[in-house]
Design a protein around this ligand. Structure first.
Ligand code: HXC
Ligand code: NAP
Length: 280
């Protein structure tokens, strides 16, 4: 789909790059010639991923909890000592389904800390360095389709992702004239152990999710990684401040007043609804 040198000479940090979608993007970006840095809380997971992907190219693992500004600054100092990053992917997240009235303050803090504050810490740490040196950079954040409308049962995530999208649009304007592009992807469900074990923890919930989708399938890590590669590449240089939804049309199916008719009305029902010709 892309030239194999699409991301040659690009240095990329992917938060949460040790697992799931982050690992998929790491693999794709390495294939396209990038130098990849991955971070996450679990050092063993990062090391395993780095070892597995190292045959593709240069990949470096940094244990870092993005909730801590000090930890993020420390990581950025180490990365910058080898040279400036060109691309930041804010992919790290925390989420689980729960009734909102059951959530403790720590439950809120833990998700908001990772998704909103983690994204803010990484974006500002890169942005300040880019602005100071005049280096051009691009930030891609992984959001979720419910960010603009909210969603029951994942409220800490919904309010955090909404903040991430507001950050994306705000800084696209504030930093755009100084060489920094900001975009986001809002994926529909893509099977990963981290996400599905927490937000679709039962088979019947997966069935409902499939039924909600016009394509009647989940997205793939490869599809996400392809869109991400396009958005961080120089070829998409005029896309700034956008959130690209990638969900097979699931969001629109949920929004359309008559979307479910196709499931309820059979062929004979549609035939019966046709106006009958009046005998002349
Ligand atoms: C209610 C819960 C809970 C649950 C945790 N808590 N799970 N409350 N229901 N299911 C509460 C705990 O009781 C605790 O509060 C507080 O949250 C913090 O929990 P810890 O386990 O101590 O936190 P921590 O170890 O920091 O783990 C953070 C986490 C965890 C967010 C809770 O799930 C995690 O590490 N997630 C990382 C990966 C992830 O979530 N990936 C999925 C992304 S999918 P108290 O008060 O008891 O101390 C996604 C989009 C999916 O974002 C969209 C699909 C379409
Ligand atoms: P995942 O495998 O659980 O990925 C989450 C990653 O974030 C993990 O590698 C995790 O590593 C890391 N992380 C969590 N807390 C962190 C912290 N405090 N500091 C640093 N890293 C941290 O789930 P995924 O499905 O790939 O999700 C990736 C992104 O896609 C998330 O932003 C998610 O919201 C978004 N998304 C996913 C789906 C889907 O269906 N898969 C749909 C919509 C949006 P550690 O635990 O080792 O820290």
């Amino acid at each position: 789909m892309f030239r194999p040198d699409l991301l040659r000479n690009k240095r990329v940090l992917i938060s949460g790059g040790g697992t799931g979608l982050g690992k998929g993007m790491s693999a794709r970006f390495l294939d396209l010639g990038a130098t990849v840095y991955i971070c996450g809380r679990r050092e063993e997971v990062l090391k395993e991923t780095a070892a597995e992907l190292s045959a593709k190219g240069a990949i470096h693992a940094f244990p870092c909890d993005v909730r801590s500004l000090d930890a993020v600054e420390n990581m950025m100092e180490k990365i910058w000592s080898e040279g400036p990053l060109d691309i930041l992917v804010n992919n790290a997240a925390g989420n689980f389904i729960a009734r909102t009235e059951d959530l403790s303050p720590r439950a809120f803090e833990s998700v908001i800390g990772i998704v909103l504050m983690g994204t803010l810490h990484c974006t500002l740490a890169c942005g300040r360095r880019w602005l100071k040196s005049g280096h051009h950079g691009t930030v891609l954040s992984i959001s979720a389709t419910y960010a603009p409308v909210g969603s029951a049962y994942v409220v800490p995530s919904a309010i955090s992702k909404a903040g991430v999208e507001a950050l994306t649009r705000s800084l696209a304007v504030e930093w755009g004239n100084r060489g920094i592009r900001m975009n986001a992807i809002a994926p529909g469900p893509i099977p990963t152990q981290g996400a599905f074990s927490r937000v679709l923890p039962r088979p019947e919930l997966e069935t409902v999710a499939l039924d909600r989708n016009p394509l009647h399938r989940f997205g793939t890590v490869e599809e996400l990684a392809n869109l991400a590669a396009f958005l961080v590449s120089d070829g998409s240089g005029y896309i700034n401040g956008e959130v690209i939804r990638m969900d097979g049309g699931e969001f629109l199916q949920g929004a359309g007043e008559f979307s479910n008719l196709g499931r309820i009305l059979k062929d004979e029902d549609w035939q019966a609804l046709k106006p009958r010709k009046q005998p002349s």
